[in-house]
Design a protein around this ligand. Structure first.
Ligand code: UDP
Ligand code: MG
Length: 313
């Protein structure tokens, strides 16, 4: 009998957890040819999420939980869940029911019998999202796919069901700066995409502000592409050539017409322009350096405070 592990990162999800558990339980009850384990990761929630998970574990031994010592972010939560999962198949989904559990039987069937290693989901629409956010999201996917070899699908959610082989490949990627959308794409394997219409979360609020998303997208580009470094070098080269041509032009002009003191405004513009370019270049290098710095520290990606196996105090 196959075991399916469901990994659910939760951060302040006390309102969403009961309906989620009910829903997933219903789906699991219909799939009687497989066994389930539900691994909830309490990502340092400040509400009653953890005590709810403890309660669920008491009631239902398929429920496992991992509680972090503080908020480490969804990426860390997913990693902890994947590491803890014992299943032959592992699914990752959000606690807010934006990822419909009803797709699970179909996803399982695709990976089990359909010759795929992974069944992923993508939103066919971005309804219920501010238009400006959709615009930036689309741009981000265009840019990152141009820049990196990881195939990152527009609108792909983290909701997916994977084979053990693919999960092991993902776990072999030990990087500190984890960008799952990129990691999932980078490891390859055959993925079948299921589309579904975007739904609103059942309860609670999204944890993503525009600024957080922007930072996240920058991290994604940085983690899966070094193109920005090339761009700044190429820009530097082009400007050098332009400056040389300009210098020749002015030298000849001065020799022929001789009026040496005009051109102050253009000088200021050029200095400012070059200063800006240099700062951008240094900034880009700095960002990569900072990532390398964090990577070399080899800090743990998350710290576990307790799990269902730790002794009750
Ligand atoms: N989440 C988490 N840690 C965080 C932020 C979010 O574990 O620091 C979880 C959250 O509980 C939810 C999932 O990640 O299950 C997706 O979060 P959210 O619904 O806020 O994101 P959205 O669906 O809006 O992209
Ligand atoms: Mg959500």
């Amino acid at each position: 009998m196959d075991l399916i592990s469901i990994v659910v990162p939760c951060y302040n999800e006390q309102e969403a957890l009961p309906p989620f558990y009910k829903e997933i339980n219903k789906v699991a009850a219909h799939m009687d040819s497989v066994k389930f384990e539900f691994i909830f990761i309490d990502d340092g929630s400040k509400d009653k999420t953890l005590s709810m998970l403890k309660y669920l574990h008491k009631k239902d031994e398929r429920v496992r939980y991992i509680s972090f010592s503080r908020n480490f972010g969804k990426e860390a939560g997913m990693l902890a869940g994947l590491e803890a999962a014992k299943g032959d198949f592992v699914a990752v989904m959000d606690a807010d029911l934006q990822d419909p559990p009803s797709l699970l039987p179909k996803m399982y069937n695709i990976v089990r019998n359909g010759g795929y290693d992974c069944a992923g989901t993508r939103r066919s629409t971005r309804e219920g999202e501010p238009p400006i956010r959709s615009f930036f999201a689309r741009m981000f996917y265009k840019i990152i796919n141009k820049m990196s070899d990881a195939d990152i699908v527009d609108g792909a959610r983290d909701y997916r069901l994977m084979s053990r082989q693919m999960v092991d490949a993902i776990l072999a990627m030990k990087e500190y700066n984890r960008f799952s959308k990129g990691i999932f794409g980078w490891v390859g394997f055959k993925t079948k995409w299921l589309e579904y219409v975007n739904t609103q979360r059942v309860a609670g609020e999204t944890k993503w502000s525009f600024w957080k998303l922007f930072k996240y997208s920058m991290e994604g580009i940085m983690a899966f592409s070094t193109t920005p470094l090339y761009i700044s070098s190429i820009m530097g080269f082009i400007i050098c050539v332009a400056a040389f041509i300009l210098a020749c032009f002015y030298l000849i002009k001065t020799l022929v017409y001789g009026d040496p003191t005009t051109g102050f405004p253009s000088l200021v513009c050029i200095i400012l322009f070059l200063g800006g370019i240099q700062l951008i270049g240094i900034g880009v290098v700095g960002m990569y350096l900072s990532k390398t710095y964090l990577e070399t520290k080899r800090r743990p990606i998350y710290i576990i405070k307790e799990t269902e196996n730790s002794k009750e105090k």
